[in-house]
Write a protein that binds this ligand. Structure first.
Ligand code: G3P
Ligand code: CA
Length: 253
């Protein structure tokens, strides 16, 4: 897309990014939560990626598997075979017993065949080689053009830009930079993705970023009152745990 191609045209609905899939309805970052998000009308699914001990990218939010699986330990201390053996669904409810921690390859293949786009968060510090492996998976699955990469990690974004200039980049921020436009230009961003609370204090940056051709996607926003306020402020997309509700709200106004 040309610079500015990710901006929401006036009068069109907010882009729906399903945070960790439909994570209020199904176990986060699993193919089940992706499927529910897709059925609920989300165009984009947000997932987190980190490497296993043997360097295979997997979809998991925390740096340990303790909270969201029946296993224990840091993802970076567990092999792909160990991760494949985990149950990532029972903690959420018996309906999801047996859900897996998806490898990025499995997740990309699922999206490629069943539909949907991926907002892929490179979670935590990554080496250049680890980013190269993520880029390889995206290319091997023919998903360039359907993946938007985001990260809190500036180095991970720099590596991605160097290795795969075709991938659009978003910078996640819990607090706003002094000059969001300057860092967006420096990193070659297509989107600047702030926390809702951080943006609320300085809504004027939305116009500044748009003037520079940079979209603004806000996280993690689950209430209709905030969707309304952010839509009025001109933001482009919302990262939400309630994607079906946001898609419904979008089509109702
Ligand atoms: O996409 C924004 C959001 O995912 C960042 O926070 O902790 O849920 O990865 P976290
Ligand atoms: Ca995330």
């Amino acid at each position: 897309l040309a610079p500015g191609g990710w901006l929401r045209p006036a009068g069109s609905p907010l882009t729906v990014f399903a945070h960790r899939g439909a994570s209020s309805a199904a176990p986060e970052n699993t193919l089940d939560s992706d499927e529910i998000a897709r059925r609920g009308g989300a165009e984009w699914i947000e997932n987190d990626v980190q490497p296993s001990k043997d360097g295979v990218p997997y979809v998991l939010h925390d740096d340990t598997v303790d909270r969201t699986t029946n296993g224990k330990g840091r993802i970076r201390d567990l092999t792909a075979a160990q991760l494949d053996a985990l149950d990532a669904g029972s903690w959420f409810g018996p309906t999801y017993a047996g859900a897996r921690v998806p490898s990025l390859a499995a997740q990309l293949e699922d999206l490629r065949t069943r539909g949907g786009n991926l907002l892929l968060e490179i979670k935590g510090a990554h080496t250049r080689d680890e980013v190269a492996r993520i880029v390889k998976e995206i290319r091997d699955h023919g998903m360039t053009g359907r993946v938007f990469v985001q990260s809190f990690e500036v180095d991970a974004l720099r590596y991605t830009r160097e290795l795969a200039p075709e991938l659009p980049l978003g910078l996640l921020r819990g607090g706003l930079d002094a000059d969001p436009v300057a860092i967006s230009k420096e990193l070659g961003l297509s989107a600047y993705n702030p926390a809702d609370g951080a943006l609320a204090a300085r809504l004027g940056v939305v116009k500044d970023l748009h003037a520079a051709g940079v979209a603004v996607n806000v996280w993690t926003v689950d209430s209709a009152a905030r969707w309304k306020a952010l839509e009025a402020a001109g933001v482009d997309g919302i990262i939400t745990n309630r994607p079906a509700e946001l898609a419904g709200w979008n089509s109702a106004w």
